[in-house]
Design a protein around this ligand. Structure first.
Ligand code: SF4
Ligand code: SF4
Length: 181
């Protein structure tokens, strides 16, 4: 029969010799292969002690960004929610009151902002749609949870630490992928 590729290997159906019946050469050959792998570079990673570096295009958990003065950048325009193909984002807008200029950058802000991580496909379209550089996908991922509600991330979970009050945590959360404000 004509084969489609040249990879077909004919089966050797000759009766086994005495030496072959002892299986010793086959065992020695197998042990040789195992021994060879002892001296090769290990491909396994000892997680969680050792962590594999993320790809530069990795898209992880969202961050709601602040400006350099610590004010929330999001103006609750809703563009991210409209751009989201999974309809994972919901928000409620509120008007900034007098005296709140140090909290919110724009006259309108998101009083409530939620992302359902069970719906999110981490496509990054929300980040691309945002005109205020207010949302980024970071280099971390949503931790496992036993409850569905645990995957609904509210504003408090998403908001980056205040750069004035917690500069170290802010820098850590910012990571290398997130644009600086
Ligand atoms: S990453 Fe994609 S799916 Fe997830 S919230 Fe943003 S736009 Fe929606
Ligand atoms: S994150 Fe950006 S796109 Fe989404 S509501 Fe806020 S300002 Fe608008």
């Amino acid at each position: 029969m004509q084969t489609l590729t040249n990879r077909a290997k004919p089966v050797d159906r000759r009766p086994m010799t005495v030496l072959e019946k002892l299986y010793l050469p086959a065992i020695a050959k197998g042990m040789g292969i195992t021994l060879k792998h002892f001296f090769k570079k290990k491909v396994t990673i000892q997680y969680p002690e050792e962590k594999r570096p993320f790809s530069p295009v990795f898209r992880g958990l969202h961050i709601l960004n602040r400006d350099e003065e610590g004010r929330e950048r999001c103006t609750a325009c809703g563009l991210c929610a409209v751009a989201c193909p999974a309809e994972a984002i919901t928000m409620e807008a509120a008007e900034r009151m007098e005296g709140e200029e140090n909290l919110y950058r724009e006259e309108k802000y998101a009083a409530k902002y939620e992302i359902n991580m069970l719906r999110c496909i981490f496509c990054g379209l929300c980040e691309e749609a945002c005109p205020k550089d207010a949302i980024y996908l970071s280099e971390t991922f949503a931790p496992a949870n036993f409850k569905r509600e645990g995957f609904i991330y509210g504003k408090n979970d998403l908001l980056i630490p205040d750069p004035k009050k917690e500069p170290e945590q802010y820098q850590k959360a910012l990571g290398s992928r997130v644009k600086k404000s």
